[in-house]
Design a protein around this ligand. Structure first.
Ligand code: ADP
Length: 229
């Protein structure tokens, strides 16, 4: 499922300046892209626009060949078939870890749900916490549960906003490697906002640099694309 962003602009209601001003790029189906850029340049806002949590003021967003946002169309987040993990995690506080993870699997059978939940608990190394509640977890553990919940319904596309920011170095590397393998195997189109150079190497096929209104592909990514990195 490819993601096309064409000349997208967006200004928050209370703001005087655009948070995103005229951004254009395409992520091919199955491609994993790291989105980097200075703090405040609009990376999180861009993910929120693609997810359907904000509506562009101008421009077009298409997912899997279907327009999901333009001047006349706005497909809400729950109908875009995209998984996302934002920085606030937004876990359901009254549900256990396991219940949070299977939340999006309402149409699955009990056995399938259990199997998927076990698989994801293993991915995030939280097998012992299935019955814990979010308030009993550290920030890093909550972040891992949010990741598992987003992956559970096997979305064709995934948006990640600093998904490893609360993990220590060893766990960061381990979970990123497993995630990269899982995303490649399932050909999940992925956009990952990160400030960590190791994520651009360990997770992404390509790096997109958001700078002002432009997307720039750095030299390293361009060399990588022609097999010279
Ligand atoms: P980044 O993810 O690159 O750090 P953001 O997308 O979070 O950047 O923010 C882009 C711009 O939009 C910043 O100037 C920020 O202050 C502003 N902004 C972000 N969220 C809001 C909001 N909810 N209301 C108003 N302005 C916002």
């Amino acid at each position: 499922m490819d993601i096309c962003v064409r000349d997208v602009r967006f200004r928050y209601a209370c703001a005087t300046q655009c948070a995103v001003s005229g951004v254009t790029f395409t992520v091919r189906a199955g491609e994993k892209v790291a989105l980097v850029g200075a703090s405040g340049c609009g990376k999180s806002t861009l993910l929120r626009l693609i997810a359907g949590l904000e509506r562009p003021s101008y421009g077009v967003i298409a997912i899997g060949g279907h327009i999901v946002a333009d001047a006349r169309t706005f497909v809400p987040a729950e109908r875009r078939g995209i998984g996302y993990v934002f920085q606030d995690y937004a876990l359901f506080p009254h549900m256990t870890v396991a219940q949070n993870i299977v939340f999006g699997l309402r149409s699955w059978g009990k056995h399938q749900k259990q199997q998927r939940c076990d698989e994801l608990l293993s991915l995030i190394s939280l097998e012992a916490y299935a019955r814990a509640y979010p308030h009993e977890l550290s920030g890093g553990q909550q972040q891992r549960v949010a990741l598992a919940r987003a992956l559970a319904p096997q979305p064709a596309a995934l948006l990640l906003d600093e998904p490893f920011s609360n993990l220590d170095a060893a766990l960061h590397e381990e979970i990123r490697a497993q995630l990269a393998h899982m995303l490649s195997r399932a050909r999940v189109t992925t956009i990952c906002v990160t400030h960590d150079e190791s994520d651009t190497i360990g997770l992404a096929d390509r790096v997109l640099h958001l700078s002002g209104c432009a997307i720039v592909e750095p030299v390293r990514a361009a060399l990588h694309a022609v097999g010279r990195a």
